[in-house]
Design a protein around this ligand. Structure first.
Ligand code: AMP
Ligand code: ZN
Length: 475
């Protein structure tokens, strides 16, 4: 069976065909770092991780890119309200950069504990203002913008396929225009590419631009950074379903307006919401739980990951403490069975699992190939663990193979794998460090500095010491 994925663009399950054979360019919208990620946000990142892991298991080389939003995201995705970062900083008596740094670290602490593999490229919006300005200039040169009331807007009337992703009917959206909406917008769905008319006095984060001193709109950062790292066209873009009608719709319009190439992204993947009672878990409604709140009650973050895997990413999932307790118990008995199996196999997994174990692995992969059907995949794992007829060494190897996709760290008893890095990334960094070393030797310091700066943009810091150059994550 071929890998099939539900594509929001077109609203059906489609066989996945990458632009370049064997390779996948994947961009997942990252967090706005003004507060802790809540369990609903983390559902989105576990979904991205599951997609990346599945693609890798199927033999694809995946370049996973994620942004960190530290500027420009207003409380309303439609340019209304306050800047989330600025507001949070003011409330806490900190600078925006201090707040961003603190919550970025907290975010990676959480994702690491959830077994989420770090994307190869993690890029901060404030490090890419020049890329955003360059992209906006292309959009402007192609005739899709107007300047009014101090802001540069995207004019959706110039982009005939606007709203295709969300199936928007534009005449309806006009009628539904909210009172109090931005008076300078020609159409209520036009959106800001560059603000100069700040809603805050003495705003700290402002940059010079061809349109005046100001700051970028939120949507442009994802277009600019994904195009920078993945090219004018790439394979998969993901986020929560709330991003379909505004954020992703606007990303498509401005990216295609800039490059003139369609489709910008081939497959759009959207996860459904995590609910508390009947509502979406959300930061603004104040109904959110953090991962820390679960660990404070004695749960392991992987209990939450297991709970998420038990639901399909396109179904709403109701959070409750009872359901989390169920996940904890299931994960415990999973590990008990695995330990028993490991004992039976003398702690040695087969090199290449065959026999009936291989059939379970096949069915497991089939489930994942079928639009990431993790509940069915988990059922195959359980089927194997309960099958006494399977050869223990084969079964042990098969379970560990399945865990490359599930990310439940089942191998922990054998050796610690949590917080793993993408091996292709490690090779690339090592290659760049060698390149920089050679440049320094040849006294080409401009090139050496350029390598360091390019890695810094991706959140990777080089440190020179007596033992040579080592690298670490900025967050
Ligand atoms: P934000 O930091 O607000 O930009 O959100 C980060 C990610 O979490 C986005 O992909 C959102 O679509 C997603 N998201 C927000 N709330 C929920 C929720 N309750 N359940 C699942 N995903 C969510
Ligand atoms: Zn985005």
């Amino acid at each position: 069976m071929a890998f099939a994925l539900y594509n929001t663009l077109g609203r059906k399950v489609e066989v996945f065909q990458p632009i370049t054979t064997g390779k996948v360019g994947f961009y997942g919208c990252g967090p706005t770092v003004y507060n802790y990620a809540h369990l609903g946000n983390l559902r989105a990142y576990v979904t991205h991780d599951l997609l990346t892991r599945t693609l890798r298991c199927l033999g694809y080389e995946v370049t996973h890119v994620m942004n960190i939003t530290d500027v420009g995201h207003l409380s309303g995705d439609d340019d209304s309200g306050d800047d989330k970062m600025v507001k949070s900083a003011a409330e806490r008596g900190k600078t925006v950069l201090e707040v961003a740094d603190f919550y970025t670290r907290a975010f990676f602490h959480d994702t690491g504990r959830l077994g989420i593999i770090r994307p190869a490229v993690v890029c901060k919006a404030t490090d890419h203002i020049d890329d955003m300005i360059a992209l906006i200039r292309r959009i402007e040169a192609n005739g899709y913008t107007y300047f009014a009331g101090g802001n540069l807007y995207f004019d959706i009337s110039k982009f005939p396929s606007y709203g295709e992703l969300a199936g928007l009917r534009l005449d309806e959206s006009r009628i539904q225009a909210r009172t109090g909406a931005d008076e300078y917008k020609r159409n209520p769905r036009d959106f800001v590419l560059w603000f100069t008319r700040s809603k805050f006095e003495n705003r700290a984060l402002v940059w010079d631009s061809p349109w005046g001193r100001g700051y970028p709109g939120w949507h442009i950062e994802c277009s600019a950074m994904s195009i920078k790292y993945l090219g004018d066209r790439f394979d998969i873009h993901a986020g929560g379903i709330d991003h379909i009608p505004i954020h992703h719709t606007n990303e498509i319009a401005q990216s295609e307006a800039a490059t003139g190439k369609r489709p910008w992204v081939r497959y759009w993947v959207h996860n459904e919401f995590l609910l508390t009672d009947k509502d979406k878990m959300s930061k603004s409604a104040g109904t959110f739980l953090t991962l820390q709140a679960l660990t404070d009650r004695g749960y392991d973050p992987l209990d939450y990951r297991y709970f998420l895997l038990g639901g399909h990413y396109r179904s709403q999932l109701q959070f409750s403490w009872e359901a989390l307790e169920g996940a904890r118990n299931a994960r415990k008995s999973l590990r008990d069975r695995l330990r028993a199996l490991s004992a039976k196999a003398g702690g040695k997994a087969a090199g290449d699992p065959g026999g009936s174990a291989a059939e379970y692995t096949g069915a497991f992969l089939k489930a994942m190939e079928d639009d990431l059907s993790s509940p069915r995949a988990l059922a195959e794992l359980w089927g194997l663990l309960k099958d006494n007829a399977a050869d223990p060494a084969d079964a042990l190897a098969a379970v560990l193979d399945m865990d490359r996709v599930l990310g439940l760290n089942l191998e922990a008893d054998i050796h610690e794998r949590n917080g793993a890095e993408d091996p292709a990334l490690v090779r690339e960094i090592e290659r760049l460090i060698a390149e920089r070393g050679a440049a320094k030797k040849a006294r080409d310091f401009a090139k050496a500095d350029a390598v360091r700066a390019a890695l810094k943009e991706r959140g990777i810091i080089l440190e020179d010491g007596p033992a040579g150059t080592v690298w670490r994550r900025e967050w």
